[in-house]
Design a protein around this ligand. Sequence first.
Ligand code: BDR
Ligand code: CA
Length: 311
Amino acid sequence: MARKVILDVDPGIDDALALCIALFHPELDVTAVTAVGGNVSAAQATSNVQAILEHLDPPRLPRVGAAADPEGGLPVDGRYLCGVDGLGGIGITVAERQHLLPSEKVICDQVRAAPHQITIVALGPLTNIARAFARDPELPGLVGQIVIMGGTLNSPGNITPTAEFNIYCDPTAARKVFRSHSTKVLVPLDVTNRLELSYDVFNLLPDETNPVGWFLRQILPPAFRNYRQQLGLEGIHVHDTVTLMSLLYPSLFTMRSMPGDVEILGELTQGMTVFDRRRVPAWRHNMEVAVDMKKDEVIERIVQGLQKAAE
Ligand code: BDR
Ligand code: CA
């Protein structure tokens, strides 16, 4: 039976790629896609989710949740890598706007409707999940698991010297989720940064006659351009897609159980993830953390996932 998932996303080219794979994957039943502000504002993230779903037209249409920015607003955004609209500036818009419930309400409803069965794949800041837990305090124990793209273990951050983007956008929310009594898997930058998709991937993508092929061929060239101009890299990182792969193909990843938390106050370290790795840790283990992956096999699975999405 397909695994029920909620995709919590801030599209974002990286998130959009993960959506293309997940929405058409036979082993996943995407019951909802909830938007969260991060790479782009809450309003733009919501409109991007709707536009992507409308364009891709997956076999089963998931519920959609609308994002609202965190209190105090987003401290940063990811437009320097994702383009003005988060999707490479391709100008894809939604033709038919629906009335949407807030993302946290959608998460609560979905988890309550299928207790212990839902996996939340959190590919943006943890704002919605923290809000859902505040709205329904029993929810952490009712979620199957949360798979989170975020944080760093030993490597530097990507938005400050010490912090990873998703956690930095809403550190208070991240701390609440880390400290909640839910089952969590964290896929940090140390692992996701190891994989770069090279431009050769273009030769393997579905062609333009297919909606997935068309979409990928629109959003990926701006990503390659921005990675070269902003980071001096010839390939692109696909953090969110790697995280999705850890759920679909766990045997390709090495996991370690760890006690993790988030720094919310530090002048230089706000949004940094901290793990108690002392010989005798005082904190309780609260998550599985990805520490390694079989990179070449993960790349193969990503390409296969994108090809299958177009079949
Ligand atoms: C994360 O931040 C965003 O820019 C990406 O979409 C990804 O979720 C990587 O740090
Ligand atoms: Ca993201």
